[in-house]
Design a binder for this molecule. Structure first.
Ligand SMILES: C[S@@+](CC[C@H](N)C(=O)[O-])C[C@H]1O[C@@H](n2cnc3c(N)ncnc32)[C@H](O)[C@@H]1O
Length: 401
């Protein structure tokens, strides 16, 4: 059976949720004056030169450079996750989150006919915590899974994060010399004995019966911003402010955006939309692969069903951050349009959801799991921590919705 499951959630960047996580850390944040970027920001200099040479760039191009530029891109060389970083995500809050996704995988595998082999692919695995928790569940259900040849495939663009993942998942049991033809840039054996591979591009992952997991991945993919003016849709671009050196600003493209014809629906009611062609390409790839080889995908992110407008924003040290200031020092993100993703996959696969995180975790048995953990951990501070993290994941005013 083929299924594409979408799961909508409210994410790491919900300000009050993060503030509650560790309000004391917020003191660390020292903002520049509004409008200032650091003089020595190499990425900013590179962007300014590029814009001066070829003209204003799209928001998608800006996002791509700022997040994944090989030299100075935000994701490439540092660890931004957790209370000492810029944001926190559900897998970092509690092991229970990943464990329940592990349960989801096993239940899908069973209801899908217990295939003889399974590729578990995670897109954008961050610190590897989600996969670590999933694999611990797989080990506990080894008696069920031992008839299945399971391999792990991580799609990660960041050299720094891939190192952290390798350490967490394999204890650095990594092979540098390959005895087989693979497009992986790294491979090894997990602590629980599964083969594990790293790729920088989803297209490099070998085909087969696959479960794809993408947690807070799609929100990091570049978006274009289209604005409806009195007569047509035009694209918002990023330009250099002519009055202030090294200051970026938004401008409106002068002609009709060619993207409008492809991506704007005839009945579109909004006058501003954000669209991610890269997300479209990736979701199509997932759907086709599931259609041809079987499997499922679980897409978890904060998002909407095609009704939101301007959601592009930056986060640094758990605070909102102006997206055009000090590029490369803050995360850039936009809400995922689940309506768009579903429209793109069309009838290639069955799509379910989105549903809230709270509902998904309830369905997967979070209350039972919490009871077991609380029964097994009588220490008061551990119990308090467990209850706090449950509240973080489930409370609709935090990550639950
Ligand atoms: C917001 S983090 C989420 C990390 C993790 N899934 C979590 O929820 O804690 C986004 C992840 O996607 C990766 N990433 C971003 N853009 C990517 C791209 N174009 N290709 C592959 N990985 C990418 C980042 O390096 C990072 O691991």
């Amino acid at each position: 059976m083929s299924a594409l499951v979408t799961l909508q959630r409210c994410g790491r960047r919900v300000l009050h949720a993060r503030a509650a996580f560790d309000a004391s850390r917020l003191g660390r944040y020292r903002s520049n004056q509004p409008g200032d970027s650091k003089d020595d920001n190499q990425l900013l200099k590179h962007l300014v030169m590029k814009i001066k040479a070829t003209g204003p760039i799209t928001v998608a191009e800006y996002m791509k450079e700022v997040l994944t530029n090989p030299i100075k891109g935000y994701y490439m060389h540092h660890d931004m996750l957790g209370e000492h970083g810029d944001f926190v995500t559900s897998p970092e809050i509690s092991q229970v989150f990943g464990e329940l996704i592990g349960i989801w995988c096993i239940s899908e595998w069973m209801s899908g006919g217990k295939s003889k082999s399974l590729k578990l692919v995670e897109l954008g695995p961050g610190k590897g915590s989600l996969m670590d928790d999933i694999l611990r569940v797989f080990s506990q259900f080894q008696h069920l899974l031992n008839s299945c040849d399971i391999s792990i495939h991580l799609v990660e663009v960041s050299p720094k994060l891939s190192e952290i993942q390798a350490m967490k998942l394999t204890g650095n049991n990594i092979e540098t010399k390959y005895d087989e033809d693979t497009s992986a840039y790294k491979k090894g054996i997990t602590k629980s004995g599964f083969k594990i591979y790293w790729y920088s591009d989803i297209n490099d992952v070998p085909a087969g019966y696959t479960f794809f997991i993408a947690h807070e991945f799609f929100d990091a993919l570049p978006i274009h911003k289209l604005q409806k003016t009195s007569d047509r849709w035009r694209e918002m671009l990023i330009d250099v402010d002519p009055d202030i050196p090294h200051k970026l600003r938004f401008v409106l493209g002068s002609s009709t955006s060619p993207l409008a014809q492809t991506f704007i629906q005839a009945d579109e009611k909004r006058d501003h939309i954000e669209v991610s062609p890269q997300s479209a390409v990736i979701i199509q790839k997932l759907a086709r692969q599931i259609n041809h080889c079987g499997g499922a995908a679980l897409i978890a992110d904060y998002g909407h069903s095609g009704d939101k407008t301007d959601t592009f924003r930056g986060f640094r040290a758990h605070q909102l951050h102006n997206v055009l200031i000090d590029p490369g020092t803050a995360d850039l993100t936009a809400d995922v349009d689940f309506g768009f993703l579903k429209r793109i996959v069309g009838n290639d696969v069955a799509t379910l959801g989105p549903i809230t995180q709270q509902e998904f975790l309830k369905n997967m048995g979070i209350d039972l799991r919490m009871k077991v953990l609380l029964d097994n951990n009588k220490d008061e501070s551990t119990q308090q921590h467990l209850l706090q993290s449950y509240d973080f994941l489930m409370n609709p005013s935090k990550m639950g919705s």
